[in-house]
Design a protein around this ligand. Structure first.
Ligand SMILES: Nc1ncnc2c1ncn2[C@@H]1O[C@H](COP(=O)(O)OP(=O)(O)O)[C@@H](O)[C@H]1O
Ligand SMILES: [Mg+2]
Length: 401
């Protein structure tokens, strides 16, 4: 890497995931940047490095779920076979079942009759499946459960957490607050007279459910909502307490956050919000993963490659190769420039800057265990180890042969 390029090897992720003090790693960032993929790859890497790891994924792509053996939405971690786990290491994986997690919370907090009353209420059905923020809150809830289990049963050393495909970067952190507001009695009473106002606070899906319920069921719904509100209010204290507890847990020493982004302006802007917010809340930020970076095999600028191509017969293989190189080099140059600007603006804000780890764009989607393990190694060895065999290992391997 030349001196002028931003440092994309500063973040030592092996150290983060093998630090015995790190028990929870949370990957956040805007949608589509590779949060789920990076969570899975980090978890594979941690298992290879000997840690008993569990990864909590949220809406993983189908093929990724298949590779991890978690196509059943059973809401409990399953052992992932077929990875090269290091001494004492293992990997379990699960995907979040939002509704079931919510049901479990209700069952844990309300006595038999009351719990059933809530679970059977059509209003609850809508709340537990389509309220915006429910997924984020339930991810937190599940994380809390896994962590308690990890401690009580000495089952895992490390929990890697993926976060929901947020519409806004802050959703995950704001979820407990959202839910507290929702569960606030006043808010439920507003729902009794659903006008345009409070509906704005809800996802479109929920609004539709509610208005359909009203139309079809008429005043019956009001009674239902009232019953629901009454039963739910009895639980309210418990919910708020749990939300606060989980948030406190996240601020603790054993948790660390990673912000995932691509080197594109839009996702870096979201990443900025995350970095600022985590700093503001004094939540521990380990650094940033910059995913899907493009690189060229030779150091030749886009401009120079195009100039050279122009000297040649446009149909010639050389000209075609130079043009292709120029396209890739231009992408790389744009990514480096955008990153440079991001790094500088953060350095000027807090004087320290953010440590980063670059991950190269892969030619194919990352979903099988081999690809995850490769990306896991790239996360620890940096951008230049593009062949997947880190220079350090190379030496070790050849000296053994
Ligand atoms: N470095 C990479 N190179 C190529 N494809 C990638 C890379 N990282 C992620 N992907 C692919 O991008 C898509 C979105 O990734 P995903 O992890 O689901 O994003 P998110 O969880 O942030 O929405 C997936 O198809 C995944 O395989
Ligand atoms: Mg995802």
């Amino acid at each position: 890497m030349t001196g002028a390029d931003p440092d994309l090897t500063g973040l030592d992720l092996d150290r983060v995931i093998t630090n015995p003090g790190t028990e929870i790693v949370i990957c956040c960032g805007s949608g589509g940047v590779g949060k789920t993929t990076m969570s899975a790859a980090l978890a594979v890497r941690a298992a290879e490095l000997g840690r008993r790891t569990v990864v909590l994924t949220i809406d993983p792509a189908r093929r990724l779920a298949q590779s991890l053996g978690i196509t059943e939405l059973d809401n409990t971690p399953q052992r992932v076979n077929g990875i090269d786990a290091g001494n004492g290491g293992s990997l379990d994986a699960m995907m979040l079942d939002m509704k079931r997690t919510f049901d479990d919370v209700v069952l844990a907090h309300a006595s038999g009759d009351k719990a059933q009353q809530i679970l059977d209420n059509p209003f609850y059905e809508a709340l537990s499946t389509s309220f915006s923020g429910t997924q984020e809150y339930m991810a937190m809830e599940k994380l809390g459960q896994l962590h308690r289990q990890a401690v009580a049963e000495d089952r895992w050393d490390l929990i890697v957490v993926d976060t929901p495909p947020a519409r806004s970067a802050l959703d995950f952190l704001d979820a407990p607050e959202h839910l507290s507001r929702l569960l606030d009695g006043r808010f439920l009473k507003l729902l009794l007279a659903p006008t345009r106002g409070p509906l704005r606070l809800m996802s479109a899906g929920f609004g539709i459910v509610l208005s359909t319920m009203n139309r079809v069921l008429g005043s019956q719904v009001l009674t239902d909502v009232q019953t629901f509100a009454a039963a739910f209010e009895a639980l309210f204290g418990g919910f708020r307490q749990r939300a606060d507890q989980t948030l406190a847990q996240l601020s603790g020493e054993h948790t660390t956050f990673l912000v995932v982004s691509t080197a594109e302006r839009e996702s870096l802007r979201e990443a900025s919000y995350f970095v600022d917010r985590l700093t503001e809340e004094r939540l521990p930020l380990a650094g940033m993963i910059v995913n899907r970076l493009h690189d060229t095999t030779v150091a030749l600028s886009a401009q120079r490659a195009l100039a050279m191509a122009e000297e040649l017969d446009q149909e010639s293989p050389e000209a075609v190769a130079l043009t292709a190189h120029a396209r890739l080099a231009a992408t790389r140059e744009r990514e480096q420039a955008v990153l440079e600007r991001f790094i500088n603006s953060h350095r000027s804000r807090d004087g320290r800057g953010i440590t980063m780890r670059g991950v190269p764009h892969q030619d194919t989607d990352v979903y099988d265990l081999t690809a995850l393990a490769r990306v896991g190694r790239l996360l620890s060895d940096g951008l230049l180890a593009s062949e997947g065999v880190p220079p350090g290992d190379d030496v070790g391997a050849s000296s053994q042969q």
